[in-house]
Design a protein around this ligand. Structure first.
Ligand code: AMP
Length: 348
C-alpha cells in the first residue's frame, strides 16, 4: 500500500515570531499543521485556515509538560524552533523537549550564551568585532548587549567607562538588568546592517542562500530624525528593539563571500556542536566602508526576517521555479528526510 507521509508527521510550532510562515509552508507541502498557542493569541491565529489544530496553553513553558507533549506525540509532530522558544525557555528546558526538534537543539545553547557564540563565530573564521571584558577598557564607541534573545531591548551605546556606568545604572533602576554580568560589551561598527539568511541540508549536503533583510529597531532608528542639539538634551537611553524587517538585495560581487561565510559556519558547527548546523540559520552583521562584513551575531534557527519572503526571495527565485519560503523549505526537507528514512538526521 502507498505510504502517505502526511499521515505520519505533522509540523508544529509556537504561536509567535514566524509561526504563520512556518505553518503556511508546511500546509503548502501537504502536512498537517499544529500550533501551540497562548490563550491571549488564540483569536489572532484562528483567522488562518491553514492551521489545522491548536494546543492552547497559558504559557509556552508548558511545552515540556505532559498535556502538550502528548498532543504533539499523538500528532507525530516535528517542532520547528524559533526566537520565541529561545527567549522564553532556557537551554536545559529546550534540550529536555521530548518532541523531535527540527535542526540541532543543542546549538541553541551556543546562540543564547555570548561566550559560546563568540567561540563558534571565531571558529567559523568570521570577522567578529572585539569584545571588551572590562568596562575600564572602553576607549572607542561600544555597544552593551544583554544575553539571550533579548531582541535588542535594553542595549545601549557608550564611548567611555563613565557613560557606560551611567547607562548601566539606569537600566538596573528600570529592572532590565542586575549588573555588569548581564551585559556583553562589543566594539561598535558603523555601516550597512545586513542579516544573511541560509538553509543547509545535511541530506543534500547543500547550502542555500535564502535572502537578506534589514531590521528596523526602536528607538535607535528614530534618532536620525532628531537634530543633534535636541539629542544632546535628552536623557533617555536609545534601545535596539526590533519592530519590523524590510528586504535587501546585495551587490552581486558580495555573494561569493556570503556563501563562504555560510560554509565556514557549517564546518565550525559540525566540529563544535554535533550534529552541526542543519536547517535555517542567519549570520548577522554590518558591511563597512570597504564592503568588509563584521559579524556581531548569529541565529542558529529560522529568523523572523524570513517572514518577508513568504512568496520567495530574489535569491530563492534563482533556484526554485515556485514560491519558496523558509517555512516551506523546512517542510520540504522533512518530506525528503521522511521518504529517505532519514528523519533522525534532521532532528534532535
Ligand atoms: P544583536 O542582539 O547582537 O542582534 O544586536 C541587536 C542590534 O544591535 C543589531 O541588530 C544591531 O542594530 C546592533 N548591533 C549589535 N552589535 C553591533 C555591533 N557590534 N556594531 C553595530 N551594531 C551592532
Amino acid at each position: 500500500m502507498l505510504k502517505l507521509w502526511y499521515n505520519l508527521t505533522s509540523i508544529a510550532t509556537l504561536g509567535s515570531h514566524c509561526a504563520l510562515q512556518v505553518l503556511k509552508g508546511a500546509k503548502d507541502e501537504g502536512f498537517k499543521t499544529v500550533l501551540i498557542c497562548e490563550k491571549k493569541r488564540e483569536r489572532l491565529y484562528r483567522r488562518f485556515k491553514f492551521i489545522d489544530e491548536m494546543v492552547i496553553v497559558d504559557s509556552f513553558i508548558e511545552i515540556t509538560e505532559k498535556k502538550c507533549e502528548s498532543a504533539l506525540q499523538e500528532n507525530d509532530s516535528i517542532l520547528i524552533p524559533h526566537g520565541t522558544l529561545i527567549s522564553q525557555m532556557n537551554s536545559e528546558q529546550i534540550e529536555s523537549i521530548k518532541t523531535p526538534v527540527f535542526g540541532n537543539k543543542y546549538i541553541l545553547r551556543w546562540e543564547s550564551d555570548r561566550m559560546l557564540k563568540e567561540q563558534l563565530m571565531k571558529e567559523a573564521k568570521l570577522n567578529v568585532p572585539k569584545s571588551i571584558s572590562n568596562p575600564k577598557e572602553i576607549s572607542n564607541l561600544v555597544i552593551a548587549k544583554r544575553h539571550g534573545a533579548a531582541g535588542g531591548k535594553g542595549y545601549f551605546l557608550a564611548s567611555t567607562e563613565q557613560e557606560y556606568n551611567k547607562k548601566r545604572d539606569q537600566l538596573i533602576k528600570q529592572g532590565l538588568i542586575t549588573g555588569d554580568d548581564d551585559l556583553y560589551i562589543q566594539e561598535y561598527h558603523s555601516g550597512v546592517l545586513a542579516y544573511l539568511q541560509f538553509f543547509y541540508s545535511p541530506i543534500k549536503k547543500e547550502l542555500e542562500f535564502f535572502g537578506v533583510d534589514k531590521r528596523h529597531e526602536s528607538d535607535i532608528d528614530g534618532l536620525s530624525r532628531i537634530p543633534a542639539e535636541n539629542q544632546l538634551n535628552t536623557d533617555t537611553i536609545s534601545s535596539f528593539n526590533v519592530i519590523a524587517n524590510s528586504p535587501l538585495v546585495l551587490r552581486e560581487s558580495l555573494l561569493d563571500d556570503v556563501y563562504t561565510m555560510g560554509e565556514n559556519f557549517i564546518k565550525a558547527s559540525t566540529k563544535l556542536v554535533s550534529p552541526g548546523m542543519n536547517g535555517p540559520f542567519c549570520i548577522e552583521g554590518v558591511y563597512d566602508e570597504n564592503a568588509n562584513f563584521h559579524t556581531f551575531e548569529f541565529s542558529a534557527r529560522i529568523v523572523a526576517g524570513t517572514n518577508l519572503y513568504v512568496s520567495g526571495s530574489p535569491y530563492t527565485a534563482l533556484n526554485y521555479d515556485e514560491p519558496m519560503s523558509m517555512g516551506r523549505r523546512i517542510a520540504r526537507e522533512i518530506k525528503l528526510a521522511e521518504t529517505k528514512n532519514e528523519l533522525k538526521n534532521i532532528t534532535t
